[in-house]
Design a protein around this ligand. Structure first.
Ligand SMILES: [Zn+2]
Length: 258
């Protein structure tokens, strides 16, 4: 028997099979509401994982109508307590609708990524227990675990020393380092992932953190061959894997409804 489709179990524009149903949106407003609800779920999930507990990190989602604007949590709200009313719309010039305070670093990092990658709906970044230490090595991942193959030839390193991003130009250089990949490791800082939906960006982020954990813990790891990694990547790097990761993490860590 099929289990009910949770409100978060969905992807925009991706056919991912029976577990993760593709929702239909009759109106732009319905799509906007879906994105915002999923964004709230994403913030709460990060909070449940203990991420962002020092005020670090941010997740953004592109507005479906004002496509040069992004939804972001307002300043000062703990991730685990995020509600729909805590989300604010940030324009391409950094202006916030309703004049709410925001973490400007979120604007400086995320807005240039949204600008450079029009197909990207969501961008996620925070300082995690394993990807941040790994990012201090300023090295790409090696293919030393199953989840690593999700990022086979599909992630990058930003080698800038700006650990505090305080201008738009640095964000543009981060976007340039990301290129067309799904993730970038910000040197001495932390991870950033993107996706065609909030669910996808967060799913990659969760998988990336697991990959980083293996890298930090497995000191004598021996990678699999590029050939084997390529074979595994054909499934592990598929968007459905990210959506599954998001779905299971929400079911494991959060109450089912916002
Ligand atoms: Zn950061």
């Amino acid at each position: 028997m099929d289990r009910p489709t949770p409100i978060w179990a969905s992807s925009e524009g991706t056919d991912v099979g029976p577990v993760l149903a593709k929702p239909q949106f009759a109106t732009t407003e319905a799509l906007r509401t879906h994105r915002k609800r999923t964004l709230v779920t994403a913030y709460r999930l990060f909070g449940a994982l203990g991420w962002g507990s020092l005020g670090d990190g941010h997740i953004t989602a592109r507005d479906p109508e004002r496509i040069d604007a992004m939804w972001l949590i307002r300043y000062g709200v703990p991730f685990h307590r995020t509600t729909m009313s805590d989300l604010v719309l940030v324009g391409p010039d950094g202006r916030v609708e309703g004049d709410h305070p925001i973490n400007m670093t979120a604007y400086f990092i995320h807005a240039p990524v949204h600008e450079a990658r029009p197909e990207v709906v969501a961008v996620a970044h925070t300082h995690t227990p394993y990807a941040t230490p790994w990012a201090a090595n300023v090295e790409l991942f090696r293919m030393i675990c199953q989840e690593a193959t999700a990022f086979f030839e599909d992630h990058a390193v930003f080698d800038g020393e700006e650990v505090q991003v305080s201008d738009f130009d640095t964000g543009k250089r981060i976007a340039a380092a990301l290129g067309e990949t799904k993730a970038v490791l910000l040197r001495n800082h932390g991870p950033l992932t993107v996706g065609g939906s909030v669910e996808e960006a967060i799913g990659w982020f969760l998988l990336l953190e697991r990959v980083a954990e293996v890298h930090v813990k497995a000191h004598r790891a021996r990678p699999i061959s590029d050939e084997a990694a390529s074979v595994a990547a054909s499934e592990i790097a598929h968007v459905s894997n990210a959506l599954n990761a998001f779905d299971y993490a929400v079911m494991s860590r959060l109450q089912p409804r916002i």
